[in-house]
Design a protein around this ligand. Sequence first.
Ligand code: SAM
Ligand code: SF4
Length: 345
Amino acid sequence: MAREYIHVENVYAYTGVLPGGCQLCLRGEKMVVFVTGLCNMRCFYCPVSPKRLGRDVVYVDEERARSLEDVVLEAFRVGARGASITGGEPLIVLKRVTSIVKRLKEAMGSDFHIHLYTSGHGLTATTVRILEEAGLDELRIHPVEDDMWRVVEVAVKARRRMSVGVEIPVFPDRVEELKRRIKWLEEIGADFINLNEVEVTPHTLESIVVRGYRVRGYVVEGSYEAGLEIVKWAARELRRITVHFCPALYKDRVQHRNRLIRKAVRVAAHYEEPTERGTLTHIEAICTPETLRLVEEGYGVKHSDKCLLHPSVAEELKKLGAKAWLVETYPDSERTLVSRQPLSS
Ligand SMILES: C[S@@+](CC[C@H](N)C(=O)[O-])C[C@H]1O[C@@H](n2cnc3c(N)ncnc32)[C@H](O)[C@@H]1O
Ligand code: SF4
């Protein structure tokens, strides 16, 4: 009998039980810990920004982290209920990964769900145990070369409680090969495979196109249809393994936006208003006796020669003819500017 198959256009398609990490990610409750930009692979489709790839730097969401405590602080700040650890190749800095996993579990509680991405390069039964003992909940392997698929079997055999699966971009000319691989994954007892719609960035465009793929917008044409076909096939043919397809539009629009919204709501200062896009707005006004009065009444703060005020006083400022701007920023610690418009317009 065929299994249930769930498809919400541009959100997801899956059969089986969604991996724990994906369930939290759907709600924007996972923070992303980029543990190093170092990587010994050279995937032609690698989406990691050239600003990070090859550099041994740590970021949490979009913030640079310089210590373990920076990572924990961000988890508290955004109210994360889990984390995904990625890179570069996280296993190159295994010690850093285990310290982060242990510290996050200690600070956020044992229910805080942590998954790790790896190409599997250098992954052995010992590494799997080390990761599991640190508290890792889920391992997602991206076998970059044909002979690296066997690493998945090593991990499945070595794990005791951790969930182990594969996560790879799905190229439209590899559907039949992937079906064969997924059948094998089910046989060896892997828990899931996540198929990503292939994303294209300005720095991978050329290397993707020279291999004969067509690009539409920022994805490889046919990747969406290939992902859906594989999920439908798995619902019909397989019994146990979860097969999940994650469209790029969903990742970009929903996942990222939900994460920003959660962060904006948590970090907003008393003069900032979170928007439904996950940004923050405030009013920047030249300090005058009137705007300083609004500061004293609790609507804002004085910042050098400017008053930063809550958008709820916009109408009053317009009536006063105050020189002011409506400012929209991202909720990051730098408050990266999105737009700045005169209030009167
Ligand atoms: C960028 S990698 C970094 C972690 C690790 N080096 C790895 O390859 O798994 C994180 C995830 O992105 C996926 N990925 C890589 N290139 C992609 C692309 N162009 N589109 C969508 N997903 C991609 C990988 O399969 C992996 O699951
Ligand atoms: S293994 Fe991961 S980080 Fe390294 S090049 Fe490939 S996709 Fe990029």
